[in-house]
Design a protein around this ligand. Sequence first.
Ligand code: ACO
Length: 430
Amino acid sequence: MDKYAELKIDGKVYRLPTIEGSEGERAIDISSLRNETGYITLDDGYGNTGSCKSSITFIDGEKGILRYRGIPIEELAEKSSFIEVAHLIIMGKLPNSAELRRFSDLLTENELLHENMKYHFESFPATAHPMAILSSMINAASCFYPELVTQDSMREHFEVEAARLLSQVRTIAAFAYRQSRGLPFMYPKPEYKYTANFLHMMFSLPYQDYELRPEIVKALDLIFLLHADHEQNCSTATVRTVASSKANLFASAAAGVCALWGPLHGGANQAVLEMLEEIHRSGDDGSKFIQAAKDKNSGKRLMGFGHRVYKNYDPRAKIIKKACDDVLAKLHVKDPLLDIAKRLEETALQDPYFIERKLYPNVDFYSGIIMRAIGIPVEMFTVIFAIGRMPGWIANFKEVMEDRTARIYRPRQIYVGPTLNHYVPIKDRK
Ligand code: ACO
């Protein structure tokens, strides 16, 4: 053991090995702790727990760094596209021209849902949240692909299954929206690229194609790209947990969608917009809301602010804020909610409450304003996040699947319930 940590319990000293990641992140390996000492560690919300080793994404929350496979998010946002980044994340490298063509072809060949899936859509009420439809339909889609059933056949067909999921999530998302509006489904067009095709399926009408404005396609592609992976967050950890039981790729991703839905995670983008609308409606300039967000009894938080990992400005938020200004200017949109958001940010960043807790805007703070400007309805915001996050979920699934020594994820607990108790017949119960 080169480097180790010492733990002293009841006078006895235990040595625990330490590990260092490729970016100098350090961990104490406690895998033998319970066997050797009888103790487990307790870490509510896993703030100090590394659940795996991964080579996909690196984040330094103190410095505000995010890299996919070593490449800074700023470079990818400026020079790359969502599909190139999806290849980078899933396959581990930037594609050369032949690889990119092959990957794009696979996406096109697998973009159509099985026709029988249409009947499933019809059974949802018009009021169903599209995240509920998305998770259900991703799981339902797995029924049509028997090769997903065993790990061996999944390994063999992985490239096709990954492309199918990435391609179909966009078709399902657009169909969920059309269903909720009572509009006929628009089929994907093979000549369109990924993001353009999504906009086409969302907004074209049978008698009129949606006008694909390059600034809109680019803005949405950037939003997908910025969401493509973010290491062990709530939804990705969920995907890995489900995958560790050897459930199939689609089932694992459907679980990821459910985990993403909540307002403390991906649902924050919808919550941010609803918060901004509430502030706008009430005539508040944001100061009353900030006061409420600081009061724990108010039940309010400044949505789109704060992050478990970033204790500095979220690098994605910086990119999105700039994109937001650019897109609104290009589309000649003047949105009062953007002014409110900027005022909230300015006030919060000077307020000791937010400074002391290192609460900065996260990726969700400005993304909703761009989506609103390009006509995406608010209930679809988290669905857009889910489409963007799909490469990350797929890559994390792949890491679990390829690690033949991986154990099922199964945390322990500290039981604090009643001690031994006995069954009481109903007549004797108080
Ligand atoms: N508004 C007001 N206070 C906040 C906020 C906020 N947005 N976020 C955190 N705090 C406060 C907490 O009340 C706590 O205060 P205390 O120390 O006095 O008790 C302190 O800051 C630390 O907060 P925790 O909840 O312990 O931080 P945690 O790491 O568990 O939560 C989270 C992170 C969930 C993102 C939180 O900051 C939050 O709820 N933010 C708003 C929702 C949001 O934007 N979520 C999207 C996150 S990014 C993503 O998933 C894509």
